[in-house]
Design a protein around this ligand. Structure first.
Ligand SMILES: Nc1ncnc2c1ncn2[C@@H]1O[C@H](COP(=O)(O)OP(=O)(O)OP(=O)(O)O)[C@@H](O)[C@H]1O
Ligand SMILES: O=P(O)(O)OC[C@H]1O[C@H](OP(=O)(O)OP(=O)(O)O)[C@H](O)[C@@H]1O
Ligand SMILES: O=C(O)c1cccnc1
Ligand SMILES: [Mg+2]
Length: 560
């Protein structure tokens, strides 16, 4: 459990950390092999050897050149409360061979994460391949048990945050982005996680009520086709009275008021008979919705025919509401050509504003949904459209364009001895040693590159030239004179080491960090088509050491 003494400088202890959001996140949420390895470490008397693991990914997702890091808070919540229950220990005992000795279960009973330290990049930061997102130090058996839950908590979180950030990038700052994915998400945790992390990635709101309650994310919603098609006609509406916004008058038959507006606009000059009879059951549905929500009236207009029925019906209800001092919100389009239909709807709104002198009617909100993704948003931008808000579900939350981020957790040091994992595939060779990581900024204020150094090397200094080398490609190197140096790994879990701990920021602050960091990137790293890779490098000293260790560990072949 968390150490509660004052810090070395007398600072107050950080507040206790609550458990993971999802109660399924327990010490058993790991792969069996973590327990078999823990047993074998214990049996060999190695379990308390001090190990350092790096958690990182190898390639940016979605064909891009950046990733947004998320999931850290849940990792810290997990280790802050890491403790086996008796029931969990019994289950591990049942799951391992009966030859495993009892002493191991006593050992499991006693462990927590007080000997573990976690250094991490702040959640919501823009991050790049190979740079550790987390450096986890501690007794090898305990840290081994953390591998699967940590990778699980970070993989999807970072993937979907990045997906959300990419959707925001295409949509532009001024559009409202609504996450509508719960029904299509990969189960309840996928849905809750998607809402939380899409918010961090720059979405404005979610339709997911549970996520609104858990995280305080703004909730938004419209209505569905079922509501519209549930009405047969205006006769169904019994209670038709609506009191004006200021409470001064009551309209006894709001439905008739709507109908009189409908005939006015039907024969209006600017629309000159562009539509005839509209669908009366749709008109009844809209009137009924307006009676229920006069201050928040937004109508789904594509159940029967957007231009000939949905939009005129909406306008009639909105104008009737206006007679009573209410301002309608707008419409939602959920099918068809969203560029064309949004532009047609906008034209009708402007015509009404002009002809009937209704201020701001032209600026009515238009929300669009229906299988939207980065490509469709991009296509809409190219065609020109009049959509103000996008409701996005399936492609966003399922991360349809890429199934997983591929984070890994690799041993880089044990008992102060650096370790390396070799591979035929150079991109899979791990970078050994307990490392420090820095982001170096150039003259124009953009991040230039990230550099990893050995733990005991002096940090890069502002104004001092430093050689930055590609970790594996000898010919790729550059001198950099940083204008600003940012240390990336901060202590988020000191265990009982007595070090000061970074506080876990509020969700809105993580979101702000993400938005700010994305804005700070050089635009060519961010563009969708052929973005420029951001450089990730190592110091000259670390480069030499990697290659020394590589040669040391790789057997020399024999040719016959
Ligand atoms: N102007 C546009 N440019 C490019 N893609 C668009 C445009 N408007 C809509 N889309 C996309 O085209 C697809 C249209 O979906 P689909 O072919 O299923 O028809 P639909 O309009 O949903 O019809 P329905 O739901 O009535 O069957 C959606 O993915 C939508 O996001
Ligand atoms: O399209 P998405 O990006 O997933 O956004 C969420 C979708 O969910 C709703 O559709 P609904 O469940 O009514 O099904 P639908 O596909 O038939 O419209 C809504 O009308 C959107 O179309
Ligand atoms: O509120 C909406 O319009 C909504 C919510 C979830 C899915 N589709 C639409
Ligand atoms: Mg749909």
């Amino acid at each position: 459990m968390e150490a509660r003494q004052n810090g070395p400088n007398g600072e107050l202890p950080a507040p206790a950390v609550p458990g993971p959001t999802n109660p399924m996140v327990t010490p058993l949420l790991t792969d069996l092999y973590q327990f078999t390895m823990a047993y074998a470490y214990w049996k060999a008397g190695k379990h308390d050897e001090r190990a350092v693991f790096d958690l990182y990914f190898r390639k940016n997702p979605f064909g891009g050149e950046y990733t947004v890091f998320a999931g850290l808070e849940e990792c810290i919540r997990f280790i802050a409360n890491f403790k086996f229950t008796e029931e969990e220990i019994s289950f591990v005992r049942e799951s391992l061979p009966s030859s495993c000795e009892d002493g191991f279960y006593n050992y499991l009973r006693g462990i927590d994460c007080s000997d573990v330290e976690v250094y991490a990049i702040s959640e919501g930061s823009v991050v790049f391949p190979k740079v550790p997102l987390l450096r986890v130090e501690g007794p090898v058996a305990v840290v081994q048990l953390l591998e699967t839950p940590f990778v699980n908590l970070i993989n999807y979180a970072s993937l979907v945050t990045t997906n959300a950030a990419r959707h925001r990038f295409v949509a532009g700052k001024s559009k409202m982005l609504l996450e509508f994915g719960l029904r299509r998400a990969q189960g309840p945790d996928g849905g809750i996680g998607a809402s939380k992390y899409c918010y961090i990635g720059g979405f404005d709101a979610t339709s997911n009520v549970a996520a609104g309650r858990l995280f305080g994310i703004p909730l938004r919603g419209t209505h569905s086709h079922a509501f519209v098609s549930s009405f047969m006609g205006p006769d169904e509406i019994i209670n038709r009275s609506l009191t004006s916004h200021d409470g001064s008058t009551t309209c006894e038959d709001f439905v008739s008021l709507v109908q009189s507006w409908l005939s006015k606009i039907q024969w209006s000059e600017s629309l000159h008979g562009s539509f005839g009879e509209t669908n009366q059951s749709e008109l009844a549905a809209f009137s009924s919705y307006a009676l229920a929500f006069p201050t928040n009236f937004l109508a789904l207009v594509d159940t029967y025919d957007v231009v000939r029925s949905g939009v005129p019906n909406f306008c009639a209800v909105a104008l009737a509401l206006r007679d009573l001092g209410y301002k309608a919100v707008g419409i939602r389009l959920d099918s068809g050509d969203l560029a064309y239909l949004s532009s047609e709807a906008r034209k009708i709104f402007w015509s009404i504003e002009k002809e009937f002198g209704v201020t701001d009617f032209g600026r009515m909100n238009i929300t669009a949904s229906n299988d939207l993704n980065e490509e469709t948003l991009d296509a809409l931008n190219k065609q020109g459209h009049e959509v103000d808000s996008f409701g996005i579900g399936t492609y966003l939350v399922t991360c349809y364009a890429q199934a997983a981020l591929g984070c890994v957790f690799k041993l880089v040091e044990i008992n102060n001895q650096p370790r390396i994992k070799l591979s035929e595939d150079v991109s899979k060779v791990s970078i050994p040693c307990k490392k420090q990581c820095y982001r170096l900024y150039g003259k124009e204020g953009y991040p230039l590159l990230d550099i990893m150094t050995g733990e005991n090397e002096p940090p890069p200094k502002v104004g001092e030239r430093i050689l930055c080398r590609h970790p594996f490609n000898e010919s790729k190197r550059a001198y950099v004179v940083p204008q600003q140096v940012e240390e990336l790994l901060k202590c988020y879990w000191p265990g009982n080491s007595g070090r000061a701990r970074e506080h876990l920021p509020l969700l809105v602050d993580i979101r702000q960090r993400c938005i700010k960091q994305l804005e700070q990137m050089r635009p060519d790293h961010m563009r969708r088509l052929n973005p420029t890779p951001y450089k990730v490098s190592v110091s000259a000293k670390l480069y030499d050491f990697i290659h020394f260790l590589w040669l040391n560990e790789a057997p020399v072949g024999e040719l016959q």
